[in-house]
Write a protein that binds this ligand. Sequence first.
Ligand SMILES: [Zn+2]
Length: 269
Amino acid sequence: MDRSHRVVVAIASVVFAVLAYLSAGGLRRAVPPTSPPGSSASGLAGGSERDNRVLGEIDLARLFPDLVLRQGDVAAKNVALTFDDGPDKQYTPQILDVLARKGVRATFFLIGNRLAESPEVVRRILAEGHAVGNHTYSHPNITTFTAQDIERELRTADREMSRFGARVTGMFRPPYGAVGVSSVEPLARAGYSLCLWTVDSLDWRGLTREQVINNVLPLVANGSVILFHSAGGPGEDLSGTVGALPVVIDDLRAKGFKFVTLPEMFPRL
Ligand SMILES: [Zn+2]
């Protein structure tokens, strides 16, 4: 190989490595997982898994069109705002304030072991008519978990939410949007619907209000599910989300969109 060929091969290798890293969930946010439920804390998969590939939201929806909920009816001018990682005492109440002021109901994917720390916030989410979904009990990266271990996380979180009178819908959003392919069908049989999104605000990166707005508004279409966060890891700044939300709501409303919760968008929930 001459020098120019070697350079091409080297560049190709780097590009391939970056693509492999990204497709494996690289550069996703790192919310530190807290203590998982039960004794089988590690939850590492055994050797029985048929297919342990980890796919992003687009490929998962393609592979399991009947099991993955990602986009609503494209013939209806509906849009769903979804908020992960709550509740907390800092940002979730501010987001609830905006939603109440604007008369919008949204869907909150809650982390089970955060409920006991902010019970008044959970009660408020439910009293104000929002839907709640399951974002696991301890927010682990479940890509190496067996379906059984994931189900244990989900059942534990369901119990926490039931204590507040939340309707258990089976709506499940995996932390970091990542789940092993082999877990999707067993979880569906256990009554869980994998709820992903079509528009990612990337708000967890501590973006400005303008950046959050620009990540969302140009991409919204009929049936869009928009991903935001209502809480984060220590020191995470979601003031961009709080600032962007009124603008996003006003703009979409002016364009004729109606805001719905995920159970309203997906009748099977
Ligand atoms: Zn999360």
